[in-house]
Ligand binder design. Structure first.
Ligand code: FAD
Ligand code: EPU
Length: 337
């Protein structure tokens, strides 16, 4: 465990932004982390906690301390009549953990296959895909309070999980470092194949539904439209799907009834941001070094050499034009650093 000064962050953010930080420190236990935080040399520096860097946009060099979470371990800590209780180190790769669950027969996370990043970031925005969010299988997490340096436990009710939201993105932003996440996984799978193309994909694959085949189907669907960050820099959906009131939707739908929309609770409606961006003319359109992806207009890609500033300017152009055309505001999903 030693500090890396003027470290490059290019390989640590999936946008591939070529930025540096003043100093980077990796840690693989809470004890190591506390030692770094107590070190007088680093105390006054701004901090950035980094997992896999797949949901951050670096606006420039980071003049502070990057804490790279490498806490490992997957442990079956308990079983109940219907569930396996599994505690996972925050530095474990998310997709490798999902594959491990499938091998072990621990059900419930298969729809979340192939999401990049680490386990520790999964509660930050309550990651979700294909009809499942981690809150559905979440038991608790442990996090280090950066003010007191005490470890605290948060149950689901404490986390204020919502659509791509949690208390750690809002009121507790930059106040905690998540050390581990514990999941309640099912002994008897309850397969969720209702979302999107999963059923069609299973038919194409000529396989019956199981946690393994659902995971394989999700992987195939994702690979068919989402760019692989190893080939084309991106951070997944750049914006959230906007949620509007029923009243707003009834006004928008007079002019644009064709916008894909889904109920969000009883009184709100979620609109497909990818559709709005595509129909504002941005899909596959390259400007300088970036643009909205040709197969998924919600994904802003770096064709190579884009700066964080260039990406933000492009995102603002897209937001402005969607608002002018449809009267809908797009909110950023990616964390701007
Ligand atoms: P990072 O990018 O490293 O960090 C994200 C934020 O969390 C930062 O603010 C960081 O400071 C903070 N953070 C990270 N670790 C910790 C910690 N241990 N404690 C406290 N704060 C922490 N997301 C979805 O929800 N669904 C998807 O389907 C999806 N698909 C994607 C597809 C692609 C191709 C890509 C590139 C991204 C996708 N994402 C998706 C977004 C991203 O993968 C998730 O948000 C993921 O959880 C980010 O993990 P990370 O470790 O890379 O986090
Ligand atoms: N659409 C278009 N044009 C596009 C893209 C999408 O018209 O270019 C339409 C589709 O035809 C469909 C609708 O928009 O009717 C939804 O598209 P899709 O199923 O591809 O999903 P999404 O809403 O664009 C969300 C998540 C993804 C997640 C998928 C699958 C958000 C912000 N994004 O995308 O999460 O993987 O659903 O569940 O909620 C992420 O958060 O980074 C992410 C990739």
């Amino acid at each position: 465990m030693h500090p890396e000064y003027n470290a490059s962050l290019k390989d640590y953010n999936t946008f591939g932004i070529d930025a540096t930080c003043k100093v980077m420190h990796r840690f693989s236990s809470a004890t190591d982390l506390i030692a770094v935080l107590k070190n007088g040399e680093f105390k006054s520096l701004p901090r950035l906690i980094l997992g896999g860097g797949s949901n951050v946009l670096l606006s420039g060099d980071f003049e502070g301390l990057v804490l790279k979470n490498e806490i490992k371990g997957v442990e079956l800590i308990d079983t109940t009549e219907s569930e396996y209780i599994v505690k996972v180190g925050a530095g474990e790769n998310w997709h490798q953990f999902v594959l491990r669950c499938i091998d072990e027969g621990w059900a419930g996370l298969e729809n979340l296959s192939l999401i990049p990043g680490n386990v520790g970031a999964s509660p930050m925005q309550n990651i979700g895909a294909y009809g499942v969010e981690i809150k559905d299988r979440f038991q608790e997490l442990e996090a280090l309070n950066l003010e007191t340096l005490e470890i605290e436990t948060f149950r689901a009710d404490d986390c204020a999980f919502g659509y791509r939201e949690s208390i750690f993105k809002r009121a507790y932003k930059d106040r905690y470092i998540i050390l581990s996440v514990t999941f309640r996984l099912l002994k008897e799978p309850k397969l969720n194949t209702s979302y999107g193309d999963i059923e069609n994909e299973l038919e194409r694959m000529k396989v019956s539904p199981s946690i393994k085949s659902v995971s394989d189907a999700v992987i195939r669907i994702r690979q068919s439209k989402l760019p692989n960050p190893a080939e084309l820099g991106n951070a997944g959906s750049f914006f959230k799907n906007p949620i509007v009131s029923q009243k707003a939707w009834s006004e928008i739908s007079v002019k644009h009834p064709e916008i894909p929309n889904y109920p969000a609770g009883t009184e709100k409606v979620k609109l497909a941001a990818g559709w709005l961006i595509e129909h504002a003319g941005w899909k596959g359109k390259r400007m300088g070094n970036c643009g909205m992806h040709e197969k998924q207009a919600l994904v802003l890609v770096n064709y190579g050499g884009a700066t964080g500033r260039e990406i933000m300017e492009h995102a603002e152009r897209v937001q402005k034009s969607v608002f002018e055309k449809f009267g809908v505001e797009l909110e950023r999903e990616v964390n701007l650093i």
